[in-house]
Ligand binder design. Sequence first.
Ligand code: GAL
Length: 306
Amino acid sequence: MVGITCYSSNDLLNWIYKGVALPVSEDENSDFVKGSVMERPKVIYNPKTEKYVMWFHLELKGKGYSAARAAVAVSNKITGPYTYIGSKRINLGQFPYNMPENIRNLNFNLQDFEKWWTPEWYKAVENGLFIKKDLNGGQMSRDMTLYVDDDGKAYHIYASEENLTLHIAELTDDFLNHTGKYVRVAPAGHNEAPTIFKRNGVYWMITSGCTGWDPNEARMFSSKSIWGPWKQHPNPCRGNKSEITFGGQGTFIQKIEGKEDAYLFMADIWRPKNPIDGRYAWLPIQFENDVPFIEWIDEWNFDFFN
Ligand code: GAL
């Protein structure tokens, strides 16, 4: 394991290896020492600071998936080398900005909710059972993506609250920190692998369920505002193996520059026994009555979008 690597392409077909953008540390005291888990890196460009900002999910060496931190690094060049800034949990001491005062004031005893998935437990999660558990240490952050909106504001979207609930959190103007403003999507909905795009003023989010490296059925949400309310739709995938996202798990939605109305759903096909052998499934997003859907296509190219 060397760190986070970079590849470039001008057609999304042919790729050139650009080297290690953020090498792991050799210092055993560092949180991103070789052997730590670094997942789902995303890079966005900040025109104000003229810097590339990378966020990724970090788990501490030898600690399984318990740290649930987000890490940030910055570079003058997209290819790096990135300067590591640090890792942490998110929005310490902050409630979701739209959580009403009376709900904020409800107190729970975690021991009363050791049995998950009961109606009482659902209600408690909705009312911030896990937000409150982590209020003073910061909110958990595992699978994640970044999204830059048309107005230049950037958001960090991550699986929080024991992977039960997604958070959408606003980043500061330099993209290096969180402003403290965030909302939750589908409390206790067990969503991860968030991917997002915006089309005709509607935000679409495609996620997965939480079954580790095994593929499961994708989920889809939409909202007219990044702050919600987010509405859930049926599985966007259609056809054979649509109940397991064609064997993949979403990782990003790329808008295809130079084509109109063209969005690429990018999924990872994990090979946990030999991770380096993992594959990708990249499929065009199609629309029916303006609602996105994804179909398996054996072979395709960008003429598809014409
Ligand atoms: C998946 C998740 C991956 C990775 C994996 C570890 O569910 O999407 O990013 O964290 O679990 O088991």
